[in-house]
Design a binder for this molecule. Structure first.
Ligand code: AMP
Length: 118
């Protein structure tokens, strides 16, 4: 992506220029607590690689790591004790979704009964 800004806050978290409360990391992904949680458990999962700004920027060639990021999120949710009651995985893309950070990320939300989407 040509519009990826390496100075975005999540890229800075990846470089340890900004602190974060990390709950998981592997070769491909890092997960940390959201600084302004919208639920008792609110974790963000991000890929280590820079360049993908948003879901709208995904290409067919991103399907492998993107699928693995979803699977990683389910493992994190399980480790957080969310399997029994459930949780929500959310990805925001663009202004109508109020995407704030232009480094693709997956929200894990749980720990309470979330608002219905209906
Ligand atoms: P989005 O609106 O999907 O772009 O979500 C971005 C999320 O990043 C928001 O929920 C913010 O609260 C969160 N956030 C922003 N800065 C930080 C930070 N330094 N550490 C952890 N979470 C952050």
């Amino acid at each position: 992506m040509t519009d990826y800004d390496p100075g975005n806050i999540f890229a800075r978290i990846l470089r340890n220029e900004v602190p974060s409360a990390r709950v998981y990391e592997d070769d491909e992904f890092v997960a940390f607590k959201d600084i302004a949680p919208k639920a008792p458990v609110h974790i963000l999962v991000i890929p280590r690689h820079e360049g993908t700004t948003a879901p709208s920027a995904l290409l067919e060639s991103d399907a492998g790591w993107m699928g693995r990021m979803v699977v990683a999120a389910t493992k994190i949710a399980r480790a957080e004790g969310l399997d029994e009651r459930g949780y929500r995985l959310v990805m925001n893309s663009g202004p109508d979704a109020h995407q704030e950070v232009q480094h693709i990320h997956l929200h894990i939300l749980g720990g309470k009964s979330l608002d219905s989407m209906a």
